[in-house]
Design a binder for this molecule. Structure first.
Ligand SMILES: [Mn+2]
Length: 411
């Protein structure tokens, strides 16, 4: 029987080694990134032509409804081993759990297969130890949460990593770890996993699979790891390049505080529409810098030009929630949220707004925002306000449009 395994460098290696132990040969098919993620119909036709009668898909396939259906029509049996969210449930035999990454499930499948085949206990133990190493590396590389059963598997696999007899792994450890005799999870996360992932990112996943396929062949292992190191250097250069591009972009876009000052100046003069994109950019930059308080300030400042298309009570509630956030403790941010909320409340409930303006007045005076404080009487139903005599019964959204855009902040 011809078996083809699709996807996952480490998963494929795990399944191939158990099948080999049980006396079955298999082929591995790793799609190139341009083929898109998962099992495609073109690939299924290719498997059929090359005489596949059993297809194992790992880390993909659970939603490949059409491809699995095609495989069945072409007389190929399919077993899906996957952890992805089920959306278009393929009609086939499947091993599924979201508690593991694809390779973690491949380990369970391999052990289950060996037990079902009646393998001796010693062989099953060896298999668990051997395959859990790859399961551990894959769990770390795939960034699945290392908790629960995945945590158990990862601990199980990291322990025997330094004792491995596999030439490919030995060479990979030698090339990437400070101390190849005691590799730890950091070595795996920051030096081993990126090398394995580099193959698919800049060349083809087979370049990394070749390290696994080397088995006990030292020459083959050395050549494969040397190639992988080159690819990893290319990957790092690409990352560095992207990083510099980002930094340049950041430099050109200016300091977020300067953007914020500019936007504040515009909004103070009621040019909220022009201010909005500048606030948006400032928010993004503050968020990148980890300045959540300023980011929130810039965030709430974008509400006014959109307020007419949103629910007023919903927006008021949202701003009240924002006020309770730890990043709203900064007095400037707090004052800003209250000011924006007051501007919106004016169009919804004048009494509510009055209370908010009283708070704004107190804070503005305390923070010596004399200009804002001097504006308040007008905000709050003063002579120039839209809420003042003559327009008491305006429709809410209509009155807001006038308020938010033109009248809320009188000069
Ligand atoms: Mn996955």
């Amino acid at each position: 029987m011809a078996t083809t395994i699709v996807m996952g460098i480490l998963s494929s290696h795990i399944l191939q080694s158990v099948l080999r132990r049980l006396g079955a040969e298999s082929r591995v098919y790793l799609p190139h990134r341009d083929e898109g993620y998962g099992l495609g119909r073109a690939a299924v036709h290719h498997f059929s032509r090359s005489g596949t009668d059993l297809l194992l898909t790992v880390d993909n396939g659970i939603n490949a409804r059409a491809a699995v259906h095609l495989a069945a029509r072409l007389g190929i049996e399919v077993i899906v081993i996957d952890h992805h969210r089920i959306q278009d449930n393929a009609d086939t035999l499947a091993v599924w759990s979201d508690e593991f990454c694809g390779a973690g499930l491949a380990v369970l499948f391999a052990v289950g297969l060996a037990l079902r085949a009646g393998s001796p206990a010693r062989m099953v133990e060896q298999l668990i130890e051997g395959t859990s190493i790859y399961g551990a590396i894959a769990s770390i590389a795939d960034c699945v949460p290392l908790s629960g059963r995945t945590r158990v598997l990862t601990q199980l696999g990291l322990a025997p990593l330094s004792r491995t007899k596999h030439r490919g792994l030995q060479e990979l450890l030698r090339a990437s770890c400070g101390d190849p005799d005691s590799p730890d999870s950091e070595d795996v996360a920051f030096r081993i996993a990126p090398r394995i992932n580099a193959a698919g990112r800049v060349a083809h996943p087979y370049a990394a699979f070749e390290v696994m396929a080397a088995g006990s062949d030292l020459e083959r292992a050395r050549a494969a790891v040397a190639h992988l190191n080159q690819l990893n250097a290319v990957r790092r250069e690409l990352v560095q390049h992207h990083f510099e591009e980002l930094r340049e972009e950041h430099r050109r876009s200016g300091e977020p505080q300067r953007l914020l000052d500019r936007a504040d100046q515009l909004s103070w003069n009621n040019q909220w529409l022009q201010a909005e994109p500048i606030y948006r950019q400032a928010e993004m930059l503050f968020r990148q810098k980890g300045d959540l308080s300023r980011a929130l300030y810039a965030h709430v400042s974008q509400i006014i030009p959109h307020a007419e298309s949103r629910s007023l009570p919903g927006t008021i509630l949202e701003l009240t929630h924002d006020l309770a956030l730890p990043e709203a403790r900064d007095p400037e941010t707090q004052l800003r949220i209250l000011t924006i909320r007051g501007m919106i409340e004016v169009n919804y409930d004048a009494r509510m707004a009055q209370q908010t303006w009283a708070q704004v007045a107190k804070l503005a005076t305390k923070q010596r925002h004399w200009l804002l404080a001097s504006r308040l009487p007008r905000y709050n139903g003063g002579r120039d306000s839209v809420l003042s005599a003559g327009r008491p019964s305006l429709g809410k959204s209509e009155s807001f449009d006038r308020l938010g855009r033109r009248k809320v902040i009188p000069r």
